[in-house]
Design a protein around this ligand. Structure first.
Ligand SMILES: NC(=O)c1ccc[n+]([C@@H]2O[C@H](COP(=O)([O-])OP(=O)(O)OC[C@H]3O[C@@H](n4cnc5c(N)ncnc54)[C@H](OP(=O)(O)O)[C@@H]3O)[C@@H](O)[C@H]2O)c1
Length: 275
């Protein structure tokens, strides 16, 4: 940042060249042969994203924790789309497991083009009803998990000289959601949103980093019975999202259609945070 006009003269190496990507937008969106890792990939948003990547012809590493349906789903996507897909059991609250997982993916697939840090969990309660153990469990997945993934895969990106990190945050990182108080979840998502923006700068020489902030989507982590009517009322579109409606955004961010995008936080919430 220049503080005066005299500080803001030409700099060596600028402007940088435009990327040598196709001009046809549908060609930009193809992920032919790229390697994409998705955490929380067995179900919900993560599985929809895994489908999107496979449909765009990427090879995929589907990380799961407790839901081993990921194993069969990976086989199904590989067969349907003629891509390589493997499932890996990795608890994202365990930094050693993540480091091993990243090394295994690089050994099996040769590189990592895109890493989608999507796993998350919520214990939606007021702070005064939340035990410290419940606080730590949420932080260990939503905050530590994303940070550990970023740290391990960031080393790979730096070594490769390219990479793309996409973080699933939440509209709850933007707003204090109602009617259920859930300060720990909200704050955990605010952390990863700002972490993503900060990494976009730190990694500017070799990787892009962007954040997706969903509103309510109909998954296991979608609107609970206490929230559902408010979810319909608050969303301008009057409903939760279907996971098929978020696939295009992740594909855009993972692809060469978004080569000028880094440090962005994209809300996709049916207009929930408008009022
Ligand atoms: N649905 C919504 O309304 C909504 C709104 C805003 C943001 N989000 C965010 O979207 C992301 C995906 O959630 P979803 O809606 O698709 O719900 P979901 O189907 O319940 O997905 C959550 C995923 O996180 C994984 N996970 C939880 N703890 C983990 C751990 N310790 N290690 C590894 N993976 C772990 C789960 O894996 P296993 O099942 O294999 O254990 C699961 O696949 C989350 O980050 C969530 O916060 C969702």
């Amino acid at each position: 940042m220049s503080m005066s006009e005299s500080d803001s003269g030409p700099r060596d190496g600028f402007p940088r060249p435009f990327p040598t990507t196709p001009t046809n937008v549908l060609a930009q969106l193809r992920l032919n042969g790229k390697v994409v890792v998705i955490t929380g990939a067995a179900d919900g948003i993560g599985y929809a994203v895994a489908e999107a990547m496979a449909e765009a012809n990427a090879h995929i590493a589907m990380w799961y924790n407790s839901n081993d349906a990921a194993v069969e789903k990976a086989k199904g996507l590989a067969t349907t789309h003629g891509i390589k897909a493997s499932a890996y059991k990795v608890d994202v609250s365990d930094s050693d497991a993540i480091q091993r997982g990243v090394e295994e993916v690089v050994a099996e697939f040769g590189r990592i083009d895109v890493f989608i840090a999507n796993a998350g969990m919520a214990i939606s309660k007021p702070l005064l009803e939340t035990t410290l153990d419940e606080y730590r469990r949420q932080m260990s997945v939503n905050v530590d998990g994303v940070l550990y993934c970023a740290k391990s895969v960031g080393e790979v990106f730096k070594k490769q000289g390219f990479g793309n990190l996409i973080i699933t945050s939440s509209m709850s990182g933007h707003i204090v959601n109602v009617p259920v108080d859930q300060p720990v979840y909200n704050a955990s998502k605010a952390f990863v949103t700002h972490l993503g923006k900060s990494l976009a700068r730190e990694w500017r020489e070799f990787a892009r980093v962007n954040v997706v902030s969903p509103g309510f989507f109909e998954t296991k982590m979608g609107a609970s019975p206490q929230c559902i009517n408010e979810a319909y009322r608050m969303a301008a579109l009057g409903r939760q999202g279907h996971v098929k409606e978020i696939k295009g955004l992740y594909l855009y961010l993972a692809s060469d259609a978004s080569t000028y995008m880094t440090g962005s936080d994209v809300l996709i919430d049916g207009g929930y945070v408008l009022p």
